[in-house]
Design a binder for this molecule. Structure first.
Ligand code: COA
Ligand code: AMP
Length: 621
């Protein structure tokens, strides 16, 4: 098989043959005799993901090849771990966890900044067959508490602090506050003390990471079923309670390994850099697992695209470490473009080794696409996926065949993904007509099999709306050539600077303010971050408060409850919200206004004057 069309057709018509062949790229303890049955991939296979990411490469001669390059402009540190060194660290950390009673199937929450120990922690869990759940460092104590209560970890792994360009963020007080709020209590917390800020350790519960690992015996790999969970990653849904996306071991390893050569065109030994955070799915898949499964060198970057110290930061890292493939979010490129519009910083570095720039996390607007293409003179590739899918659904698969670029489109469906655009009756939309972007079942390996401890929500959220199809939550269309255009979410999820957030969760916080009678939070277009949340609030009768004062309080409340990452900075007081006569807030119409789409005033609206008022409020900077 050579070209895209043949490969794609084969993957959809004969998925078992296709993925059975892809499974040969993985080392199995027990080779699966069955590729797909009962809704699960490789149900009788057994393996260990950490073995596939580390041990087998060491055994195959990559012991001295760099596995991980840690580059941290915020601490002025660079450190390289060879495959042998990373394996040693992981085995000892796994031994430490085993000594604390962690065994296969136990959960471990990891709340850490972008330091090598975060990657080591994830792989150490995988080594034991324990299930990690990484919580992004920009979330506040409340969000961490919700995740701890749901995941019920035996152990929490954390650090004394994270480092943002303008401040040191003490993580330990956030962890302590989260554990006060949570009903669940882990047996132990293991804290990595960083020199920038020392954490106070509680006797009997907290352990010092370095000391605990130093005394540990290395642990070997525990063989698990392909269908056993590797991790849980909480992601924003439409309500305040996040969804615990489950990833299995076998399908994940097969799909990610396959994606490295076929989607990204990356070969073993090459340097691959996903400039994201281990707290997001991009970090799980393309900082940690996929590059290591493929025998590449991965880069762990603790810094920002701008301000650490300048907009040349990404280009410095590319040149310094010989990065061949760079993956980041369009917002990062927009941030660089804003500070260095003529690309002078890029010209200071030798970027001749960089072959591809992949972008995902939000829609790649054509302006950003053209700017990056002109600057770098290499293929700039938009690709589309989600936490749930774990790897790209639509992309220009450069390892199979490069397709002509259409700016604004992430190209075509990746092999394995049978994408359909459906109308409200469940019929396929003709080319050019917008509908719900869905994937016909079965989903390929690597996609979520369920939501953690919530099968009913899994079915309700993804499978019920269009029986036989998975609902992505995005809206879009196909063109005459089968190119996909993903235009934005059709639910209450927004994307702020490539971070996925729930407006429903923010509404819950805003509504809790004593002077707020009702509210709506929606995402409005933002030139840098793509979208920014904006609150519309109606005050309680008799609440004689200055709107600016209420706004200040609401902004502080969301930051405290959800975290700075929510970037909730605007809350306007309005006389009324646009609602139907039955009292339902017209969020979809508000979203149309926010995205600049033409909107019609629904006939069921209670007070037609409410919509123009909202439109005016959105226009004010
Ligand atoms: N720990 C603690 N706080 C964090 C954090 C972390 N891990 N990550 C972000 N924050 C804080 C920031 O300090 C900021 O706080 P502030 O309100 O005090 O300034 C807030 O959360 C918002 O952060 P961010 O969204 O990163 O915005 P920014 O204005 O600091 O930077 C960009 C803007 C575009 C440079 C930045 O968002 C970026 O690099 N985005 C790329 C996103 C990405 O990689 N997404 C992953 C999908 S590929
Ligand atoms: P997350 O689960 O955090 O990865 O966010 C997934 C969501 O981000 C998707 O459902 C889309 O709304 C959006 N998204 C990610 N990549 C793209 C892309 N290339 N184009 C358009 N939207 C994207």
């Amino acid at each position: 098989m050579s070209g895209y069309d043949d490969t794609y057709r084969h993957s959809i018509e004969r998925p078992e043959a296709f993925w059975g062949e892809a499974a040969l790229g993985i080392s199995w303890d027990e080779t699966p005799a069955t590729v797909y049955a009962g809704g699960r991939w490789f149900p009788d296979g057994r393996l260990n993901t950490c073995h596939n990411a580390l041990d087998r490469h060491v055994a195959a001669g990559r012991a001295d090849q760099p596995a991980l390059i840690y580059d941290s402009p915020v601490t002025g540190t660079t450190r390289t771990y060879t495959y042998a060194e990373l394996l040693d660290e992981v085995a000892r950390t796994a031994g430490m966890l085993r000594g604390l009673g962690v065994t296969a199937g136990d959960t471990v929450v990891i709340y850490m900044p972008m330091v090598p120990e975060a990657v080591v922690a994830m792989l150490a869990c995988a080594r034991l067959g324990a299930v990690h759940s990484v919580v992004f460092g920009g979330f506040a104590a409340g969000e961490l508490a919700v995740r701890i209560d749901h995941a019920r970890p035996k152990v929490v792994l954390s650090a004394s602090c994270g480092i943002e360009p303008a401040r040191v963020v003490a993580y330990k007080p956030l962890l302590d506050a989260a554990l006060e709020q949570a009903g669940h209590t882990p047996d132990r917390c293991v804290i990595l003390q960083r020199p920038q800020c020392a954490a106070e350790l509680r006797d009997g519960r907290d352990l010092d990471w370095a000391r605990a690992v130093a005394g540990a015996e290395p642990a070997g790999c525990v063989s698990v079923a392909a269908t056993d969970p590797l991790y849980i990653l909480y992601t924003s849904g439409t309500t305040g309670s996040p969804k615990g996306v489950v990833r299995d071991n076998g399908g994940h390893a097969v799909a990610l390994h396959w994606s490295m050569s076929n989607v990204y065109g990356a070969a073993p030994g090459e340097v691959y850099w996903a400039a994201s955070d281990v707290g997001w799915v991009v970090g799980h898949s393309y900082i940690v697992y996929a590059p290591l499964l493929a025998g590449c060198t991965t880069v762990l970057y603790e810094g920002k695209p701008v301000g650490t110290p300048d907009p040349g930061a990404f280009w410095r890292v590319v040149a310094a470490h010989g990065v061949r493939t760079l993956f980041t979010a369009p917002t990062a490129i927009r941030a660089i473009k804003k500070e260095d519009p003529s690309g002078d910083f890029a010209k200071k570095y030798d970027l001749s080794g960089l072959r591809y720039l992949f972008l995902a996390g939000e829609r790649l607007d054509p302006d950003t696409y053209h700017w990056a293409s002109d600057l770098l003179g290499i293929p700039v590739i938009d690709h589309w996926w989600q936490t749930e899918t774990g790897w790209p659904i639509a992309a220009d698969c450069v390892g199979i065949e490069r397709l002509p670029v259409k700016p604004g489109s992430p190209t075509k469906a990746v092999p394995g993904w049978d994408v359909h655009i459906l109308d409200s009756d469940g019929n396929d939309c003709p080319p050019g007509v917008e509908g719900a972007v869905t994937v016909k079942l079965p989903l390929p390996p690597g996609a979520l099999p369920t939501l953690y401890r919530d099968e009913a929500r899994f079915t309700r959220s993804y499978l019920e709306r269009y029986p036989g199809h998975y609902l992505t939550g995005d809206g879009g269309h196909l063109d005459e050539d089968g190119y996909l255009y993903v235009m934005g979410r059709i639910d209450d999820v927004i994307n702020v600077a490539g971070h996925r957030l729930s407006t429903g969760a923010m509404e819950e916080v805003v509504a809790a303010h004593p002077d707020v009678a009702e509210c709506a939070v929606i995402g409005v277009a933002d030139p840098l971050k793509g979208q920014a949340p904006m609150g519309f609030v109606v005050l309680k009768a008799g609440a004689r408060r200055e709107p600016e004062e209420v706004e200040r309080e609401l902004v502080a409340l969301v930051r405290e409850r959800i975290g700075p990452v929510a970037a909730f900075r605007r809350a306007v007081v309005v006389a009324r919200l646009p609602k139907t006569r039955s009292g339902k807030i017209l969020r979809a119409t508000m979203r149309d206004i926010a995205d600049g789409r033409p909107y019609t005033t629904p006939s069921t609206i209670e007070d037609p004057a409410a919509l123009p008022e909202i439109a005016d409020a959105m226009k004010t900077p």
